[in-house]
Ligand binder design. Sequence first.
Ligand SMILES: C[S@@+](CC[C@H](N)C(=O)[O-])C[C@H]1O[C@@H](n2cnc3c(N)ncnc32)[C@H](O)[C@@H]1O
Length: 373
Amino acid sequence: MTASAELRRRYVEELVGDGLISDPDVVRAFGVVPREEFVGSGFHAGGDRWAGPTDPDFLTMVYRNHPLVTKIVDGVPVSSSSQPSLMAAMIEGLGLRPGTRVLEIGVGTGYNAALMATMGARVTAVDIAPDVVDRARAALARVGLADVVDVRLGDGYLGEPANAPYDGVIVTVGLTGVSPRWLDQLAPGGFVLAPVEHAGNHPVLRVRPGGSGVGEARGLLRAGFMSAAGPLAARYPEAFPEPRRAGEFPEPTVWHPARWRTPLDVFRYHDLWFAVGAWDRRATFAAGPAGGWGGPGGCVLLDEVNGGGAGLLADGSVRAAGPQAGRYAAEVLALRDRWVARGRPEISAWSARLIPAGDPDRPILVPTGWIQC
Ligand SMILES: C[S@@+](CC[C@H](N)C(=O)[O-])C[C@H]1O[C@@H](n2cnc3c(N)ncnc32)[C@H](O)[C@@H]1O
């Protein structure tokens, strides 16, 4: 067995052992496709380091459950191979069968497209960046999938009418709203899986045409994605506030103690965070200094008028800052307790209708009026 095959075997074993992949066809695909072929131009390995195939620990880093950033422009990551467990969850969410027609928005390295094609899906994959498209095509050719995945250069907003209709659209880049073109290009019964901005995160939503709006969205899973270019990332008046970077949220002046002795795990915390965003459009992410705010940051209700606001930590404690700190703290405490009173709903318990927003010439469909279903 080659070093790559052995590391891949252990990587799959760990993903399965940790409960991150369960569908046997997805397990098989992860066991077959060599991820290193898709990151041959290297990736960001922390600090100033760019890791490449000549580095002794290259394969070890490739076969971890980590995203690999493969392109950075002006200090901002713009392309990557997404986190394997997230890819697995989204692919499982698509319910692929041999012959399923899939449109992927954001081909990136091509690894996700290769996994889906290995499962027998007919994949069309679009990316906005010409160099990314060239590299993905070359990688797919190296693993013998050039004829199976149709990689197109273009703005994913437009979808790809040439190969429509699709049974599923999978979006692997963060959006503020869904393109109506994707809904038009779906076959009957088809749906879109897309990470749509919600309270400073990009949880994956399952979107279907119809319902009481242009379409309906349902929460699927928590996720983090880099943001799309173009109309897919348009701002609109009711959009959630942009996430706040470290140092942008002031030092807290008001504290409320923990609600839970054992803090919520990351999944439950994101369930709480999603609910806060479903009830209040002031919710977003704020990174925090290591001191008063605590840890890497999390969910805040932002006071955009006066500055500051209130942050909610995983143990249910609250830190608030700014001239309205007391009021914001009380509001976020009420939202926390409402989540508990409602039976601590998970992300998948929420649904919303979609309405048009953004540029009227290139509208996006944004979820509005989240309700527990
Ligand atoms: C996280 S990467 C995708 C990961 C990829 N699926 C993989 O398996 O490696 C996001 C990609 O979306 C692309 N992108 C950003 N905005 C886009 C847009 N409007 N249309 C199409 N692709 C876009 C970026 O160029 C980048 O390659």
